[in-house]
Design a binder for this molecule. Structure first.
Ligand code: IVH
Length: 679
């Protein structure tokens, strides 16, 4: 019986994976990400390992893919367009470095060149005497398709190479520039928003949209879709003209082509590892998708001497980040009640590793989303974990259903306190538990109040908060202030020292800074920057609480929705009680003057990634000096800080509005306390 089930599952997996491969390689359509397909293939090979009799000759585990595409003129490549072998972890990197070291002469001091591996489609641009004559897709590596007319519409592809003293000789004869055609994430999002408005189906992902666009037969259509070309290679007949990859990137820029500014050399394996770690999270701020780095031997002659094995050069390697997508099964769907009472369906999953960590739960956002995506209990689904973002269910694989899957029914009552769930407006997507005393809401609210950006009370992790609520000691954040050491000692989790520490940590925060206190109240839509703006404008909780929608809307950066949420919060009887309790227990936020500093009144936006700090750090330092950190460029923006590898949209908005653009160095000058102290 079990075997019968496995045979059926294997057959279904085989069909689905073959469909995926055909769609992907031949039709250029993506049913799912490569990582998700790999995950299914992995499941299939596990079944096949267990039952070798189930292996069929046409099983995707037995096949190598790659078919040429008909439709465009076929053009042979001057030199083969190769692929890269992957390394997935530090050990595999070490093995590659050791292999290269052995093959190079022992006296050679190896240097590496590193870049982000962009997720797009490869193209070769041929320039004759500096003029673009041909653009060819990768094809099978030997022969590609002539897509010149389409590539000519990409603005970042120069039709004529720039002539400078350094680039001069590359304008003579034939110069081939290879690189990746990408669609930026932001443009992709906008494109899909337009599709949705027009009632058209959404595109699957930026890479396939870029690939599909380049294969359009009508160049006008291509011109209407924003694509970008980022170069990574330069080929000349005389190879000695470019001794290193470092030099190639410099030359590419001289020639007027984009070459990623984050690319750099590394003198050692340790430096490669550092670069890898540095970009692991920051890569999500890059304008395009990426799943790893490309590491090459910097010396191009040595690179060539190292040769090619199969389809890949020995001297280069892709250092991949852990796959962010995987497939797994939905064991059940629970409803979780958040801090503001929002009832969020959460998928309970069979544990699976995505982005290097185990995922067991994924948010399904709201009831409508579950039905829109048609996620059922028992489904095999694609889950995604990108950076710090909460794991998400991308979609179910309906082809793998066997009829036992169950549809999700949204409960009518709160699973924690039994109160009837409500919607504020008919049109709202989110159901809420209206009971302010709901235990689930209470613990999330208290945790939020104690969190680092809010009151930063140490010792109030999830388990302690649950213990305090469970013992009936607290029902809301104000109750924390009347918890005594003896109360805590009665609980199993606390001993003399830990109990004393917690009480002290709470009492220490009786006069918190006003912005932190406002943020800690957990008003919907009020993030840290909004809390700071409100504190700077109203200077006290009483004034904020008495403000009308009109008055609130006058505060810079606060729109109608936020203003409404604030007024609504202060009008709620339970919240009035909460504020009264704070007062009674002696909690009085510090009446702050607006942070006055050298950056007071100055508004900043950061685009791209910064070398010396994260965006959050930049925001914090700007705020500490009185400045404001905005998320998008507007008329009131004073500085657009341009980091590495920026997307176009913020830049073009800034250009349109005439916003001042500064680099990271200038930002550092502005926020360096030693330099700003006397201004
Ligand atoms: S260097 C030998 N640098 O990755 C070919 N390739 O799997 C390596 N890619 O077909 C060329 N970003 O299209 C290089 N910064 C980068 C890249 C990059 C993306 C693509 C390239 C190639 C594929 C290899």
């Amino acid at each position: 019986m079990a075997e019968q089930k496995e045979a059926e599952r294997a057959a279904k997996l085989r069909d689905l994976i073959s469909d995926y491969r055909y769609n992907y390689h031949v039709l250029n359509k993506s049913m799912m990400s490569e990582a998700a397909a790999d995950s299914l293939k992995h499941e299939l090979s596990q079944i096949e390992d267990k039952h070798p009799e189930l292996i069929t000759p046409d099983s995707p585990t037995q096949r190598v893919a790659g078919q040429p595409l008909p439709g465009f003129k076929q053009i042979p490549h001057s030199t083969r367009m190769l692929s890269l072998n992957d390394v997935f972890n530090e050990e595999e990197l070490r093995a590659w470095v050791a292999r290269i070291g052995k093959l190079a002469s022992p006296s050679t001091q190896l240097e590496y060149f590193m870049d982000i591996k962009m997720d797009g489609l490869a193209a070769a641009l041929v320039y004759e005497n500096g003029v673009l004559s041909q653009a060819i897709t990768r094809g099978d590596g030997f022969v590609g398709e002539d897509v010149t007319m389409n590539v000519r519409t990409i603005e970042s592809v120069p039709l004529r190479l720039r002539r400078t003293k350094e680039s001069e000789k590359f304008l003579q004869g034939r110069t081939e520039i290879r690189g990746e055609i990408v669609m930026y994430k932001e443009d992709f999002k906008k494109l899909n928003e337009r599709q949705a408005k027009a009632g058209l189906p959404a595109f699957a992902n930026p890479r396939n949209t870029a690939a599909g666009t380049i294969r359009q037969l009508d160049p006008k259509l291509v011109a209407a879709r924003p694509l970008h070309f980022h170069a990574y290679d330069l080929i000349r007949e005389n190879r000695d003209e470019m001794p290193t990859n470092d030099f190639v990137y410099k030359t590419l820029r001289e020639l007027g082509v984009i070459a990623n500014s984050i690319a750099s050399t590394a003198p050692s394996e340790a430096e490669i590892r550092k670069f890898y770690k540095r970009w692991e999270d920051k890569r999500h701020d890059l304008p395009f998708n990426t799943d790893g780095l490309v590491i090459k031997v910097n010396d191009r002659r040595l690179h060539e001497r190292l040769g090619v094995v199969g389809k890949a050069p020995r001297g280069s390697v892709a250092f991949k980040y852990p796959a962010e997508q995987a497939t797994t099964k939905v064991k059940g769907i629970l409803v979780s009640i958040g801090r503001t009472g929002a009832a969020t369906p959460v998928a309970m999953l069979e544990p699976v590793v995505a982005a290097g960590s185990t995922v067991q739960m994924a948010t399904l956002h709201n009831e409508g989303e579950v039905h829109r995506k048609d996620i059922r209990i028992g489904d095999t689904v694609i889950v995604q974990k990108a950076g710090d973002v909460i794991p998400e269910v991308v979609k179910p694989l309906q082809e793998l259903r066997d009829g036992s899957e169950k549809r999700f029914v949204m409960p009518t009552h709160c699973p924690d306190c039994g109160t009837k769930l409500v919607k504020a407006k008919e049109t709202e997507a989110v159901w809420r538990c209206p009971n302010n005393a709901c235990p689930s809401r209470a613990w999330k609210q208290i945790q939020h109040f104690a969190s680092k950006p809010a009151l930063d009370i140490e010792g109030l992790g999830e388990k302690n908060v649950i213990a305090l609520i469970g013992a009936g000691l607290v029902k809301d954040p104000a109750d924390l202030y009347i918890v005594k050491k003896e109360d805590l000692l009665a609980l199993e989790r606390f001993a003399e020292v830990s109990a004393g520490k917690l009480v002290e940590a709470v009492q220490d925060k009786k006069n918190p800074p006003l912005p932190r206190f406002i943020y800690g109240l957990g008003i919907r839509h009020v993030g840290i920057q909004t809390a700071i703006d409100l504190a700077n404008h109203f200077h006290s909780l009483e004034k904020l609480g008495g403000a009308t929608i009109d008055e609130l809307s006058k505060v810079e950066g606060i729109g109608g929705v936020v203003a409404e949420a604030i007024v609504e919060w202060f009008e709620q009887p339970d919240n009035k009680v909460l504020l009264d309790k704070f007062k009674k227990f002696g909690v009085e936020p510090e009446k702050t003057e607006a942070v006055k500093g050298p950056l007071s009144g100055k508004n900043f936006v950061v685009t791209g990634s910064l070398e010396s700090m994260s965006r959050e750090e930049a925001a914090e330092r700007i705020r500490a000096l009185g400045g404001t950190f905005q998320s998008s460029v507007g008329t009131e923006t004073d500085y657009l800080v341009v980091g590495a590898n920026v997307g176009e949209s913020k830049l073009s908005k800034a250009r349109k509005l005439g916003t001042k653009q500064v680099g990271e160095k200038e930002l550092l000058k502005l926020i360096d306390p030693a330099l700003t102290a006397n201004k």
